[in-house]
Design a protein around this ligand. Structure first.
Ligand SMILES: Cc1cc2nc3c(=O)[nH]c(=O)nc-3n(C[C@H](O)[C@H](O)[C@H](O)COP(=O)(O)OP(=O)(O)OC[C@H]3O[C@@H](n4cnc5c(N)ncnc54)[C@H](O)[C@@H]3O)c2cc1C
Length: 379
């Protein structure tokens, strides 16, 4: 939608869904976290970490914020630079539709591409809409069909099929920004409990919310680390990232030595979590019974709880697909294939994956805009 609106020429925008921008509609709890004020190349995963730089610099979060403001859409920062609509994600869709109409691009919904062929002039497509078959020809073809996450919403992996057809390489794809699971349902007694936590592994570290679920772990910090986690690897959970607990416990031992250790811990952590940890951490006795070494031991255990998930919830609930079209095969300035002139890939289909927090939409806007600049004048 961004690319079609910005390209300003004879554009046909094809989507097999009933409505455009369905992921925008459901994003951010219906309020769309449409960008992040701190968006920078460091917030993206890719085999080529430099690829995203050009597009992000040339069409930045500030450009998109300007567009949102120009459409009179009220927004606010929720946390960590994340910008959300005050009212509804539908405003972002309406904004893009308005821009598409202004650019006089044609939007064709419930339309599938059943055949695609390279011709001398460009591309020939066979389309199917409401049982009717038609053909279309185009000098340029931009593939913006996203990744594999949430197939129920129309995600199809179509971009990867097109890449395969034209022998454009792909990097390994996997579900990302996704809850992690444990085969033994060990966190069932804690399901619904949420806390602030720092989750780390060898690749990254995120200090955000953590949610225990029936099947494992979720919440922003887990979704973030999931992009950096692989099967068999351990993650470390710091349950007290913002509390100087050792000092607090020592002070409390002085002031209220007869207080039960678990009662004191329940002042800083949810009661259910303290109960859950009582046996594995052998939490017993009053504060006065605990030596400095023992308090340090408890705090260390709470700061680096090692857990090895057995998997993730997969594409069914993943917010994005990690990996995709190999960026080495594309121009970082125009998003055009280096081997198939006139063929472009933008958005989530590429091996460029943002953190949680508005980064993935920003990549969609920036890469769409970059391709549009190349198309301008060529249409
Ligand atoms: C639940 C959820 C919440 C999210 N929240 C946020 C958020 O708040 N902030 C953020 O930055 N990111 C968020 N994301 C990620 C973000 O939605 C995506 O990264 C972004 O939408 C990618 O844009 P895209 O245009 O590349 O692909 P998509 O938005 O997936 O769009 C692809 C389009 O192509 C169409 N299509 C697919 N296959 C075909 C085909 N074969 N033929 C024709 N049309 C086809 C689809 O119908 C769809 O309209 C969220 C994702 C999910 C699943």
């Amino acid at each position: 939608m961004m690319c079609a609106a910005q390209a300003k020429g004879r554009v046909l925008l094809i989507d097999h869904a009933k409505a455009p921008g369905e992921k925008i509609r459901i994003s951010g709890g219906g309020r769309c976290n449409f960008t992040n004020m701190h968006a920078a190349p460091e917030n993206f995963l890719s085999q080529n970490r430099h690829f995203c730089k050009s597009a992000l610099r040339r069409y930045s979060q500030w450009d998109f914020i300007e567009l949102v403001a120009a459409h009179g859409i009220a927004y606010h920062e929720k946390t960590l630079g994340q910008l959300f609509c005050d009212d509804s994600a539908k405003q972002i869709i309406a904004m893009l539709r308005h821009e598409i109409e202004r650019a006089r691009a044609e939007l064709r919904l419930r339309c599938a591409v059943t055949e695609l062929r390279k011709t001398e002039q460009g591309f020939a497509l066979v389309l199917e809409q409401d049982g009717q078959t038609s053909t279309a020809e185009a000098r340029h073809l931009v593939v913006a069909t996203g990744g594999k996450s949430i197939p129920k919403m129309g995600a199809s992996g179509f971009a990867y099929d097109i890449a395969n057809q034209f022998r454009i390489p792909l990097t390994e794809t996997r579900a990302a920004l996704v809850p992690l699971t444990f085969s033994d349902a060990r966190f069932k007694p804690l399901a619904g409990t949420a806390i602030a936590a720092r989750i780390s592994n060898t690749g990254a570290s995120f200090n955000e919310g953590l949610l225990f679920t029936h099947r494992g772990l979720s919440g922003p910090s887990i979704l973030q680390i999931s992009s950096y986690w692989r099967e068999g690897e351990v993650i470390f959970v710091n349950l007290i990232p913002d509390i100087p607990l050792y000092e607090v416990l020592r002070d409390q031992r002085q002031a209220q030595g007869r207080r039960n250790l678990t009662t004191e811990l329940a002042q800083h952590l949810p009661v259910r979590l303290v109960e859950f940890l009582t046996e594995p951490l052998a939490l017993a006795g009053n504060l006065a019974d605990q030596s400095d070494t023992r308090l340090a031991e408890i705090c260390d255990a709470l700061k680096a709880w090692p857990l090895t998930p057995n998997g993730s919830e997969g594409y069914r609930t993943a917010e994005v697909t990690l990996g995709g079209i190999d960026t080495d095969a594309l121009s970082s300035k125009t998003m055009m294939s280096k081997t198939v002139p006139g063929l472009y890939f933008i958005g989530e289909a590429l091996d460029v994956t943002g953190w949680l927090g508005g980064y993935n939409f920003q990549w969609a806007w920036s890469s769409g805009w970059a391709a549009a600049q190349a198309l301008k004048g060529a249409l």
